[in-house]
Design a protein around this ligand. Sequence first.
Ligand code: ATP
Length: 217
Amino acid sequence: MKSIALFGGTFDPIHQGHVQSAIELKQRLALDELRLVPCHLPPHRATPGCSSRQRLAMVELAIANTGLQVDDRELHRDSLSYSIDTLESLRSELGDKVSLSWVMGTDAFAAFDRWHRWQDFLTVAHLIVMKRPNEVLPETGPVAELIAQHRTDSAEVLHQQPAGTIRFESLTPYPVSATEIRAALSRQQAASVKLENTMAEAVLHYIQTHQLYGYQP
Ligand code: ATP
């Protein structure tokens, strides 16, 4: 069965932590496609530091020649970008014979029970949770119960079943965050924090050219 994973995020801006983790995940799980899905109107966080079009453009630059793909369907909806709507839209496009997965970090997953229609996710897709260092999973409450019911360690299931399981993957850590990158750009510390090591050169160039996040030459 064809396997497609969607990795959603604000990507404000996209950095190597996002890209390298996505590449590693795609390879490790032998996914047919891994699509990055820039969020248009995030329901759970502050308005991003630049427009959806600009964040999409940076994602496109960052994934050039990586084998990753981008899915811009959230930019075509005017409502809040609920991930369940995105998954259902792809599911109705592709039918039931495709395995779909939603990818997120442990930080996002810890608050999963606050997501819109979180109980419907596993009927449409699998969940793949990227474990990051020093992050712990809830041991009690609704998310812990969901894990207990749906967790799998089998890699084959993603290629045999269209939806319904949760798997955890510990990937190579990339200790970089978009929050730190934005702070460095606005404080004109781009050089001192060596931003060229944290994001694709083309993305840094785009930020500098468009003077995003308060960057000034
Ligand atoms: P911010 O600092 O603005 O909160 P963020 O990267 O955490 O940035 P998003 O762009 O929404 O926010 O992140 C998308 C996904 O990428 C989330 O699921 C998050 O857990 C994951 N992620 C963020 N940074 C890394 C990293 N360094 N390595 C692996 N995954 C990451």
